[in-house]
Design a protein around this ligand. Structure first.
Ligand SMILES: *Cc1c(COP(=O)(O)O)cnc(C)c1O
Length: 470
């Protein structure tokens, strides 16, 4: 099995990024619960023929869809070791917790956070953002809110983020009981950053109306276009308003690893908390999200809850309090820190930073190609590693309705994905359908960028010529 997976990663480029799943194969995963076991060798063959070829392909160099990392063989083997240990890193006195704290120390150093900072591995930034909302709530309302809920303050508490903020922030507000309407989405500037003037006006109007702003969320790398909010100004506004300042840095925060990108994240060191993923730009295999909190006491006070069966000691296996389970919702949790530790220790920050910078350079290269091609149009400035563009064809797109062009570009994306050479995803930019390439994977090269440009043009021309946009 190990040989197979090493071969797989070595020969990724020879495979399609993605391919449609034959219905016969899908049917093989609709079997009844087996009473008797099957020979492992048979299941291994089934894995090779029916599972391995039909993933979404984010490890493939041609994968540019959504914002997903490529993983590495180092991370893969480390995850095998973690599974072999079967460590439950919820608590107790064990070295896996020291490994997780090692990552905490590294992240404190990277983000210039104080000694008081604490943090936690979680599935991903969605949950990390949710944890931040809960901590901000407890910090604002006091720990009594944990007993009595937010009902007393009702709908008076408000949070703020840009209209470009990731949808999981809205979901976090929902899950935390505030409801999505308690998140004010502030319009963006032409550079897709949060409009600071509008933010301040909204804050003032809300306070005048009797609301209590408690949380301001900055984006360090928006999901649509990779824009970075003015984090320093947001930090200052949050200070003035006595709000928790959280940063969604899902992929962008690790830009701190590159000296070329770090200055653009200035102000990140002033955050109350940062959510980010090692599984995106960090190239750690899924899943490895992280929440870093400036004052560990806030995190502890938001999540620790005593229980007889989790009694702490100063000696024996139950020593070492506080435990990770005191810092978030999970009790049982896997050893995500190990693959992250192996990845950072094996490659070092310089190499990881260079990979991050390289993906941004590829994005600039793609933007240059798009601007040079008359048949393509760039739809947003390229800030980091995300490029949004569309096919406009040889005749001016102005001759065709927005709807027709949107449908055409939608079909280009689907055709690209089905062809399996290079796979972008899509988004909407100012009501225009965008082919969206997020370059995250360390395996991606200029060859893949050229493939994307040429294939988009070719498919666009074909669809135009056939007179259908389908
Ligand atoms: C990917 C992403 C998220 C969600 O993170 P998950 O790890 O998928 O839960 C949130 N915000 C931004 C900006 C992202 O790119």
């Amino acid at each position: 099995m190990l040989e197979d997976m090493l071969d797989y990663t070595q020969h990724l480029r020879e495979r399609p990024v993605w391919q449609p799943i034959p219905s016969a194969i899908r049917d093989h995963f609709r079997e009844p619960l087996p009473e008797k076991g099957t020979d492992l060798a048979i299941l291994h063959q089934q894995f090779l023929h029916e599972i391995l070829p039909y993933t979404v392909g984010n490890a493939h160099p041609g994968f540019m869809g959504w914002v997903q990392g490529g993983g590495t063989p180092v991370g893969m083997i480390a995850d095998m070791l973690a599974a072999g240990l079967n460590a439950n890193v919820g608590g107790r006195d064990q070295i896996p917790i020291a490994v997780e704290r090692q990552i905490l120390h590294w992240m404190r150093e990277l983000f210039q956070f104080p000694e008081t900072a604490n943090g936690l591995f979680v599935t991903g930034t969605s949950i990390a953002n949710f944890i931040a909302v809960v901590i901000a709530r407890t910090r604002y309302s006091g720990t009594a809110v944990r007993d009595h809920g937010i009902a007393q303050q009702g709908t008076r508490l408000l949070a703020y983020a840009s209209a470009g903020a990731h949808g999981c922030i809205s979901k976090a507000m929902d899950l935390a009981g505030f409801g999505t309407a308690a998140l004010r989405l502030i319009p963006m500037t032409a550079d897709f950053q949060i409009d600071l003037q509008q933010l301040q006006q909204t804050l003032q109007a809300d306070k005048n109306a009797g609301f209590h702003p408690f949380l301001i969320i900055g984006s360090a790398g928006t999901v649509d276009v990779g824009a970075i909010d003015d984090l320093n100004s947001l930090a200052t506004i949050a200070e003035t308003e006595k709000c928790w300042f959280h940063i969604d840095g899902a992929y962008g925060a690790l830009g701190m690893l590159s000296a070329g990108i770090a200055p653009r994240l200035a102000g990140i060191e002033r955050a109350s908390s940062i959510a980010f993923d090692f599984h995106k730009w960090g190239q750690v295999p899924y899943d490895a999200g992280y929440i870093l909190v400036r004052d560990g006491t806030d995190q502890l006070e938001s999540f620790s809850s005593p229980a007889h069966y989790l009694k702490r000691e100063t000696r024996g296996m139950a020593a070492g309090s506080p435990w990770p389970c005191d810092l978030g919702p999970d009790l049982s949790r896997g050893f995500r820190a190990l693959k992250t530790w192996f990845t950072i220790a094996t490659f070092g920050t310089e190499k990881l930073g260079n990979i991050i910078l390289h993906t941004c350079e590829l994005a600039q290269y793609l933007a240059t190609c798009v601007v040079r091609e008359a048949g393509l149009e760039l739809l947003a400035p390229v800030s980091l590693n995300i490029v949004c563009f569309r096919y406009i064809g040889v005749s001016p797109a102005a001759n065709r309705s927005v709807d027709v062009m949107n449908e055409l570009n939608n079909n280009i994306v689907i055709r690209l994905q089905e062809a399996g050479l290079v796979a972008p995803s899509s988004t909407m930019i100012n009501n225009q359908f965008a082919i969206r390439a997020a370059i995250v994977n360390h395996r991606t090269t200029r060859v893949d960028i050229d493939n994307l440009v040429q294939s988009s043009l070719r498919i666009g021309h074909e669809l135009m010529a056939s007179g259908s946009s389908v």
